[in-house]
Design a protein around this ligand. Structure first.
Ligand code: NAD
Ligand SMILES: O=c1ccn([C@@H]2O[C@H](COP(=O)(O)OP(=O)(O)O[C@H]3OC[C@](O)(CO)[C@H]3O)[C@@H](O)[C@H]2O)c(=O)[nH]1
Length: 387
């Protein structure tokens, strides 16, 4: 590891110990990989699962052996949590229920996971003067102001009505019956609590609002490495459809818009936050790629084209089908209409910008999906169904 690593102000970077909660998930696995391969830092990796970081934990001959230690624990009820936070210089909290299919069907679990379970983490960091990087979500913005304007209003084209700014945009959620917003609301309240701990008790914090980070190891493929009836996020839903040669399901016409960012670009931003505390503390950062905006329908069409290229299989004649949100997610679902991150703050504080185009990131991700799952899917499909 280069000992000459310096921060953005030219100061040498000292090795630190990081307590990473939720290290076994999608983002955690990429962050652990980055920290092991490119930095001298040590990671205390906390999670209920470790399948996605197994390659970093074994074998003992890995060059980073000894710098990553896995602790299997559930932060809901484990007395080791405070001790592990105390052992570290920095805590990164990624643990959450964060798949939209859960928000309206398991609202209590969602609220507990995203608010109640995060409380002790904030408390222990504050009481022990430990720095905290907390993962929130772009979903705290909810809907755009523009979506309430008449459909033909020219103001809908004005960025003032849809670009999402950390220090200006309001958080606009639906009614309480729309339980979709249980997650966003819990995330908003924990953000407010962390902000208040900073203001009243001097907690050193950074809040990250990821805008649809996607890439290898995201979620699961139903029936292969996750429950057959499970509904992961859109990348894995569409990957599953493509692998099984089924039409992609477009919820409510696939009209919602998203900006997708490659996980590896996003992890660069997190590393800058870790290694530049003076520039990152006290800030809330949007982390997304405003250049990669598509409707969900366009995403489906692009994934279909890319998958055909990487698998060598022709696309289905009917590549997509429409499905209502009630049928797909159940009662209480609602959606964010559009999500374009304003990049001013992260650019000013950390000089960071995303690089990878949507086509390129889908090409590397779907190559991974095909290599990892195509054979397993064939076996699942070939298995006779028990009568
Ligand atoms: N991926 C994105 O684009 C995105 C977007 C917005 C927000 N986020 C936020 O980023 C964070 C990480 O997201 P991800 O995509 O890696 O999700 P993920 O589900 O892959 O990872 C979350 C990890 O937390 C672990 N976890 C959950 N509850 C736990 C508990 N009680 N004790 C111990 N471990 C627990 C899970 O086992 C999982 O490994 C979440 O807070 C999420 O809300 C992610
Ligand atoms: O088969 C499908 C699955 C989903 N959709 C639609 O795609 C849009 C995006 O869905 P998804 O990736 O599942 O999640 P969201 O972007 O809505 O929310 C996430 O954003 C950030 C995060 O906080 C964590 O990742 C989470 O809340 C959406 O419009 C679905 O309806 C589809 O058409 N077909």
């Amino acid at each position: 590891m280069a000992s000459s690593r310096v921060d953005l102000d030219g100061n040498p970077i000292k090795p630190i110990t990081i307590c990473m909660i939720g290290a076994g998930g999608f983002i955690g696995s990429h962050l652990c990989e980055k920290l092991m391969t490119e930095t001298p830092h040590t990671v205390l990796a906390l999670d209920v699962y470790n399948d996605k970081i197994k390659h970093l934990l074994e074998p003992d001959t890995n060059p980073w052996h000894g710098r990553i230690n896995f602790h299997r624990l559930n932060i809901k009820h484990d007395s080791r949590l405070e001790g592990l936070i105390k052992m570290a210089d920095l805590t990164i909290n990624l643990a959450a229920i964060c798949t939209p299919a859960d928000y309206n069907t398991r609202p209590l679990d969602t609220i507990y996971s995203n608010f109640i379970d995060a409380l002790p983490v904030v408390k222990y960091c504050s009481e022990n003067n430990k720095r905290l990087i907390h993962f929130s979500t772009c979903e705290v913005y909810g809907k755009t102001i523009g979506c309430f304007l008449p459909k033909d209003s020219p103001l809908r084209k004005d960025p003032k009505y849809y670009v999402l700014k950390e220090d200006e945009s309001p958080c606009i959620f639906g009614s309480i019956e729309k339980q979709r917003w249980s997650y966003a609301c819990a995330k908003q309240l924990i953000e407010r609590l962390i902000y208040a701990e900073g203001a009243e008790n001097g907690l050193e914090f950074t809040i990250v609002r990821p805008f649809n980070w996607i890439g290898p190891r995201m979620d699961f493929i139903p029936g292969v490495d996750g429950p057959s009836e499970g509904v992961p996020r859109v990348l894995a839903c569409f990957s599953n459809n493509l692998l099984r040669r089924e039409p992609l399901k477009l919820v409510d016409g696939g009209e919602s818009q998203r900006t997708f960012i490659y996980i590896k670009d996003a992890i660069e931003a997190v590393l800058l936050m870790i290694e530049n505390p003076a520039r990152a503390n006290g800030h809330i950062f949007n982390v997304g790629n405003p250049n990669n905006e598509v409707t969900v329908r366009q995403l489906g069409e692009m994934m279909t084209q890319v998958y055909s290229k990487v698998s060598g299989e022709p696309p289905l004649e009917k590549a997509t089908i429409d499905v209502s949100s009630k049928e797909f997610y159940g009662e209480g679902y609602d959606d964010s209409d559009k999500r374009i991150p304003d990049m001013t703050i992260i650019n000013r504080q950390l000089g960071w910008n995303p690089k990878t185009s949507l086509w390129d990131l889908l090409e590397s991700t779907l190559t991974y999906q095909h290599r990892t799952y195509a054979e397993a899917i064939k076996k699942v499909i070939a298995k006779p169904v028990a009568s």
